[in-house]
Write a protein that binds this ligand. Structure first.
Ligand SMILES: [Zn+2]
Length: 280
């Protein structure tokens, strides 16, 4: 049985509460939407805590973002939601939040692309980082465009994260995976650095998707996710540079240093002074 519009509204209120209680949004941050059909979406309004919404805070828009129903004003990030719906016919819900650890990675300019956790590789592949764009303007969306067709979770530079899926709970769970992955990655870094999975193990996880019924557009491609061999190549690059270092050191003054006794030095000084007439 497909859900009624009323049930979708309730789902948005429930997920809003969850993202607020989990501390993924502060004050009025974040926004949520659901595609009802080919003509209408439900979205949260602007200027309200996502943890304290009432049914009146849900707006109906068409797929151009024009308001069709609701007393309040639609989210200022409506364009981001509409772009995702336009580019991904398989997506029916979008959740945007600022979960603090994932947002920390986004603020540090660090994508979550290391191949570290099987469940992340199976479900999301990895989480790329879109370039910063001013919130509420087309610039926010333009940085995401390269990633929307393939990825279901994206970090937004200096901003937060957006996740989407077949329904609002699937989008919410993807956000939960992103934040959990960010936390695990951070802890691994504090404990001396994560151990990245090798390519053949990552390949097996991508193959296992069918078994888990995962419908994802991501596939293995160079650097996404980053496998152990990719990092080894980087290390080799560093090693090459280190290997070249002694060559530079060949020009080090150490190499031109002479071993000379005190008497030999005094004899040389005497000779130099004598040749200049300073010594007889
Ligand atoms: Zn935001």
């Amino acid at each position: 049985m497909p859900k009624t519009d009323q049930q979708h509204r309730q789902d948005i209120l429930d997920v809003g509460k969850l993202i607020y209680q989990k501390g993924w949004v502060a004050a009025n941050d974040g926004n949520i939407s659901v595609r009802l059909d080919n003509h209408r979406i439900l979205c949260t309004c602007t200027g309200v805590s996502k943890g304290m919404m009432t049914p009146d805070d849900i707006i109906v828009c068409d797929l151009e973002g024009n308001k069709m129903g609701g007393a309040r004003e639609r989210t200022t990030e409506i364009a981001m939601h509409l772009t995702i719906y336009q580019m991904r016919p398989d997506v029916s819900a979008v959740v945007h939040a600022h979960p603090p650890v994932a947002t920390g990675f986004a603020v540090a300019g660090r994508p979550l692309t290391l191949a570290l956790l099987p469940e992340v590789i199976v479900s999301l592949g990895c989480v790329p980082l879109a370039e910063y764009g001013l919130p509420g303007t087309p610039a926010l969306t333009s940085g995401m465009l390269p990633y929307i067709p393939k990825y279901d979770a994206i970090l937004l530079g200096n901003h937060g994260s957006v996740c989407y899926g077949e329904d609002v709970y699937k989008a919410f769970f993807k956000m939960e995976t992103v934040e959990h992955f960010a936390r695990v990655t951070l802890v691994a870094e504090l404990l001396g650095g994560p151990k990245v999975l090798p390519r053949h193990e990552v390949g097996k996880l991508f193959e296992a998707r069918a078994r888990y019924g995962v419908k994802s557009h991501t596939c293995m491609e160079p650097g996404r996710p980053l496998v152990a061999e990719d990092l080894d190549d980087r290390e080799d690059g560093k090693q090459d540079r280190q290997d070249r270092k002694p060559e530079r050191e060949d020009r080090n003054p150490d190499r031109d240093r002479l071993n000379i006794t005190r008497d030999e030095l005094m004899a040389l000084v005497d000779e130099a002074l004598r040749s200049r007439g300073a010594l007889t």
